[in-house]
Design a protein around this ligand. Structure first.
Ligand SMILES: *[C@@H]1O[C@H](CO)[C@@H](O)[C@H](O)[C@H]1NC(C)=O
Ligand SMILES: *[C@@H]1O[C@H](CO)[C@@H](O)[C@H](O)[C@H]1NC(C)=O
Ligand SMILES: *[C@@H]1O[C@H](CO)[C@@H](O)[C@H](O)[C@H]1NC(C)=O
Length: 458
């Protein structure tokens, strides 16, 4: 802790020193007004460096972007979307910030900053008035940003960031609009995730295929990880939250004394990976937006538990019926049946079913187990009808969390029997995408919580 703080102080000192050196250099050249790469003192760039967007100004300087920007304002007006200082200090994941400031990641830092600058003057009056009337602009990073508005509140947005001060600075060669949060282009987020996954994979020795007890044909619990911090002594069920809740996930607090792993970070990482993988948006949405399961999983991983998630893809989710979803806590119960409290990869599961034919895994939905067997050179979960194939193996594996894509939603056989009786009476509901979300939104609406979720308002 102390050394972290010290590093931070050093960094601050360094930033400040280099910043003032730069300001000096700028003052020397600023009187020039022609387009030979020298900068006009009336320029929006000079204004940026003088403005209260000091965090952004420091990053721009640190990214060695001034030359590029001077050339840009020499050619055309620019619009800078400037995140408020807090967005770059308090609100920014410290690890992400460290990533940006590593010398080897200069390119990512440059891309990120250029993503905040559009080579044209965007006038507040020309902003779209509604969410549907969006406009796109190519930024200096060559990615596109989307401008939208909300006619009822009069709010303006760029991407997901709200504009808080239009024309915070207005100069002959450009304008600065203050925004609430940092915009992170997809490519930079990806670089960051890749770097981090690589690091955590090399830092954490993956556990091998689990041992199988020859008497019971049940998998033995994987050997405790050889890592600092004792493995949890309590069974995972004792560590789980007492009951399902539909409340939005609370902000994760600092880890307690027993937290050996940054589980929240790992969960965030795997959800990010799911979204980038494509075809698993519903699953990601349920974990993050509709339930507090992501937080719950993060907490369990922080406490040393390991998890394997069998993630049904979007097509599978779309087959769920209103009946299956309408009971309170149903989304949690469905997902709990898809989480195995062991670390399994495609290879370890495939090896197990090949050797033993059938293997049953515990799930977080006690006392239900999920059956796995070999089928068509792959692993098939569940019982004959309503079974699911391991469809997208090892979407995410980091030694503690493993995510395996499957092509059907698994229902415990006992539940299945109940449902079949019901569906005879109920006319078949036309399956469609977003069903789970829709039903959950209705339920949230009934308890007056829907406004918390953007997804529910659409
Ligand atoms: C630009 O300014 C520099 C220094 O003031 C001057 O030497 C140069 O001739 C100018 N160039 C043009 C194209 O005006
Ligand atoms: C920038 O915008 C201002 C005001 O709209 C305009 O007068 C000026 O010519 C523009 N400059 C360039 C380089 O396009
Ligand atoms: C959660 O909801 C927000 C707002 O609708 C959406 O942008 C985001 O993608 C959702 N998260 C996931 C993981 O789907």
């Amino acid at each position: 802790m102390a050394s972290k703080f010290f590093t931070f102080l050093l960094l601050l000192l360094f930033l400040q020193t280099s910043y003032s050196t730069f300001s000096l250099a700028l003052q020397e050249t600023s009187p020039a007004t022609n387009h030979t790469g020298q900068i006009n003192s009336n320029s929006v760039l000079v204004a940026l460096l003088d403005s209260h967007y000091t965090e952004l100004a420091e990053l721009v300087e640190k990214a060695l972007l001034l030359q590029t920007l001077e050339e840009a304002v020499g050619r055309h007006n620019i619009t800078i979307f400037a995140p408020k200082n807090e967005a770059l200090e308090r609100d920014l994941d410290p690890e992400f910030k460290r990533f940006l400031l590593e010398p080897g990641n200069l390119k990512s830092l440059q891309t990120l900053l250029l993503y905040h600058i559009v080579p044209a003057r965007i006038d507040p009056h020309s902003w779209p008035k509604s969410a549907s009337a969006l406009t796109h602009h190519r930024t200096l990073s060559n990615d596109r940003v989307e401008l939208t508005g909300d006619d009822s509140s009069g709010s303006k947005f760029i991407g997901t960031a709200r504009v808080i001060t239009t024309n915070a600075v207005n100069r002959p060669d450009g304008v600065i609009h203050g925004i609430e949060q940092l915009l992170i282009p997809r490519s930079v987020q990806q670089d960051f995730n890749n770097r981090r996954s690589l690091r955590s994979i090399s830092a954490i020795k993956p556990e091998g295929a689990p041992e199988v007890d020859p008497r019971t044909h049940r998998l033995k619990k994987p050997a405790p990880p050889v890592l600092p911090g004792a493995p949890p002594v309590l069974p995972i069920y004792d560590a789980m939250a007492p009951g399902p809740s539909l409340a939005p996930a609370p902000a994760p607090g600092p880890g307690g004394p027993h937290h050996h792993f940054n589980g929240m970070r790992q969960v965030k990482d795997f959800i990010e990976t799911l979204l980038q993988y494509g075809g698993y948006n519903e699953m990601a949405d349920i974990l993050v937006n509709l339930t507090s399961l992501a937080t719950e999983m993060g907490r369990l991983v922080s406490e040393g538990y390991v998890l394997t998630v069998l993630a049904p893809n979007d097509e599978a989710m779309a087959k769920l019926t209103t009946d299956q979803l309408s009971e309170p806590g149903a989304p949690e119960q469905i997902i709990y049946y898809h989480i195995i409290p062991e670390y399994q990869t495609e290879e370890s599961m495939y090896n197990a079913v090949r050797r033993f034919g059938k293997v049953s895994y515990d799930t977080l939905r006690l006392p239900h187990k999920v059956l796995a067997q070999e089928a068509d050179g792959s692993v098939r979960f569940g019982h004959t009808d309503g079974s699911a194939y391991l469809f997208d193996p090892d979407i995410y594996t980091d030694g503690r969390i493993s995510v395996q894509g499957i092509d059907n939603v698994l229902i415990p056989p006992e539940e299945k029997a109940k449902e079949e009786k019901k569906t005879i009476k109920v006319a078949t509901v036309k399956p469609r995408r977003g069903k789970l979300l829709e039903v959950a939104c209705q339920m949230l609406g009934a308890i007056g919580q829907d406004s918390r979720f953007m997804s529910c308002r659409l």
